[in-house]
Design a protein around this ligand. Structure first.
Ligand SMILES: [Mg+2]
Length: 109
């Protein structure tokens, strides 16, 4: 994949590769729960890499984050979801969103 791609172009490239490698490009060709489970597995791999201080090596944190994005782009591509648009929409929503930190058990500053 080339550098400087938009999210839409990245998704198109992931879909091209998915077609070429037989990973499925239509809803009827995949199992969504399986694809979501595989996204989970990449998230867990990212956590493990971070815990063991493997930030940029083979199977490192950076590579696992890339795996997450690729798998999400694949699933979005299968369903014709414009991830770029969705991220922008959600970012706009989050700008004015307020979290009640007293009710959430999550680190924040
Ligand atoms: Mg991985």
């Amino acid at each position: 994949m080339a550098e400087g791609l938009t999210i839409r172009q990245l998704t198109e490239e992931v879909m091209r590769l998915a077609a070429e490698k037989g990973f499925g490009v239509k809803p009827e060709e995949v199992s969504v729960p399986e694809k979501i489970a595989l996204i989970h597995s990449e998230v867990s791999e990212a956590l493990r890499a971070f815990r063991y201080k493997n930030l940029d090596g083979k199977k490192g944190f950076a590579e696992e984050l890339a795996d997450i994005v690729i798998r999400v782009a694949h699933l979005a591509g299968i369903y014709g979801i414009n991830l770029e648009q969705e991220i922008i929409k959600k970012g706009e929503y989050n700008k004015n969103r307020v979290w009640d930190w007293d009710k959430i058990n999550e680190t924040h500053q």
